[in-house]
Design a protein around this ligand. Sequence first.
Ligand SMILES: Cc1ncc(COP(=O)(O)O)c(C=O)c1O
Length: 360
Amino acid sequence: MFPVEALKNACNAVLNEEGAASLQYSTTEGYIPLREAICQRMKVIGINSTIENVLITSGSQQAIDLTGRLFINEGDTIICESPTYLAAINAFKSYNAKFVEVAMDDDGMVMEELEKKLQEHPNTKFIYTIPDFQNPTGRTLKLERRKRMIELANQYDVLIVEDNPYGAVRFAGEELPPVKHFDTESRVIYMSTFSKIFTPGLRLGWICADESFIDKYVAFKQTADLHTDSFAQRITAKYMELYDMEEHIKKIKAVYKTRCTEMLRSIEEFFPKNLSYSKPEGGLFIWVELPEGVDSTYIFTECLKNNVAFVPGAPFFPNGTKNNTLRLNYSNMPKDKIIEGMKRIGEVVHRELEKEKLFY
Ligand SMILES: Cc1ncc(COP(=O)(O)O)c(C=O)c1O
């Protein structure tokens, strides 16, 4: 669904209008028209910012890594959802953080559990959360919990790192404001990306935070890569000037909605009954929980023999628990392949549960 023709036009326009200047070194903070366009997009979802609050990063993955570099001292505690995004676990682990996992239910991180963990771990540096259509579960933090999370962060004097790549990809249900919308003490470091709404290959993400934080991020980014690809920033800003990005996102959402519906229907048809699985209203992922004792990594290797794959859930738990989970992704396969793939995974799951005498 990448807008190739439109991007050709945007590239030509940038080169015609700016020529060599578009290929020169640039400022670390990022291309001003792109930062302005980001501020406008964020305003619509309830985040008030100026370009001084916005730093363009090489994907939001760099924002995660710089966050680890900037804030984590050896042994610091990071509180996160259980499970959480694998590449954030790996980034924060490289700075020797300790992870404290907070249980989730269908409405995201459980706030009573969060409070308990905040009490038990006074050296917590930040809460890392993916509130919308979380990776890997597809779950969304409900409204009251967003407000409560801010209250708790204020009370226990911790930061919140809100990693929000999927919020713009809602295809069902009610829009929810980001956690940052409720931020009363500049404690939320918000990060997002063009990867899920435009193209991941251009590697464009951003951080939105208090200026005092942005200054520090800028210093760290200078030692990492000087600045984010300035040509990619210009092409993206030009695309947003010439075309309607919302229209493009609408097309993506329509396709994901159909694929998600088909995958959920296929789970009903081909998987054993009584399994619990998430029913996402956006994003890319469905999370399936098999009965305790079933090893999804083994099921994965069996599935590969049938030429179908999923992501086993175990690595998404930073402290290594829960082998009985799997992450399914509906975003990049057409309907017929989703049905065939789910049928094949379903056969393997049925076989394994039968072997284990579970459900039968
Ligand atoms: C939760 C989360 N954060 C960050 C990223 C990184 O995205 P990017 O670096 O492409 O912006 C991803 C990518 O899948 C993700 O799922």
